[in-house]
Design a binder for this molecule. Structure first.
Ligand SMILES: [Zn+2]
Ligand SMILES: [Zn+2]
Length: 267
């Protein structure tokens, strides 16, 4: 179900961003489309799967050890309130998982791949490293599963959030108006992909902006201009797939200062 919905939106957005681009110059190929798809499968796909398996294995054991396997999930509450709790808890987990990937230099090695894009496109949505996506899954859904949240409830977060993610990375000029202050839309997430540090270290939320507002990292896209340049200054990520995949383990070499050109001998 999730794959059908996201695949349909992926194709639709890919066609629309070609026909109605936010930036004409972002339509040109950067030679990374196959790499982006590779990271979608070997990074996001496998990392998410490993995260799900870990949660599925550990959560029942932990719940049994902590509170005798009792389900704390408030199933008696109206559906809308349960859904509200899912959005608050999942996005809280995502906010902190994302923020510590920017704060902790060792974790940034795994997140840099996602930021190493010089143009926005729907193909960039799942260009993420295995380790980052593994941690993302655990942070977003670990606590909810531990509390006994039914999987049917999570689907109501995962599908809309996946579609928002596709739109957020697209080269489409989607205007959410006042909703930009509620939903983390394309304009807000595009600021996060800016090469300017004052933009990049803001807007860490996934589906909603609430936790960015609470922790004072929200940059209101209705009040500041969209970034001229996206990506990373002095981007250390190589251009070939294998070295991209293993870049966190090649970090010292990739970030070593380039040897200065030898001075020309004086005449
Ligand atoms: Zn980031
Ligand atoms: Zn992104």
């Amino acid at each position: 179900m999730l794959n059908v919905v996201t695949s349909a939106f992926f194709v639709l957005i890919a066609v629309l961003e070609y026909l109605l681009p936010h930036r004409e110059d972002w339509r040109a190929s950067d030679g990374q489309v196959l790499h982006d798809l590779g990271h979608s499968w070997f990074g996001t796909g496998l990392g998410g799967l490993a995260g799900n398996l870990t949660i599925g294995f550990l959560a029942p054991l932990l719940a049994a050890a902590l509170w005798g396997g009792q389900a704390w999930w408030p199933s008696d509450l109206p559906f809308v309130l349960q859904l509200g709790i899912v959005y608050l808890v999942a996005d809280f987990g995502r906010y902190w998982q994302h923020r510590i990937h920017h704060l902790v230099p060792f974790l940034w090695r795994f997140h840099a791949l996602h930021h190493s894009v010089e143009r926005m496109s729907v193909f960039k949505t799942s260009r993420s490293h295995f380790v980052e996506r593994y941690l993302q899954q655990v942070f977003m859904f670990g606590l909810l599963i531990l509390l006994g949240c039914p999987l049917e409830m999570l689907v109501w977060y995962i599908i809309p959030n996946s579609v928002i993610g596709l739109l957020d990375h697209s080269n489409l000029d989607v205007q959410l108006g006042p909703l930009e202050r509620v939903i983390m839309g394309p304009k807000g997430h595009r600021l996060h992909h800016s090469a300017a540090p004052e933009d990049m270290d803001t807007n860490f939320g996934s589906a909603i902006v609430l936790w960015d507002v609470v922790f004072r990292t929200f940059r209101d896209p209705t009040r500041v201009p969209q970034p001229e340049v996206v990506g990373i200054r002095d981007d250390p990520i190589p251009s070939d797939f294998l070295r991209q995949y293993f870049s966190p383990f090649l970090w010292a070499r990739l970030t070593a200062p380039k040897p200065a050109l030898e001075a020309a001998p004086e005449e």
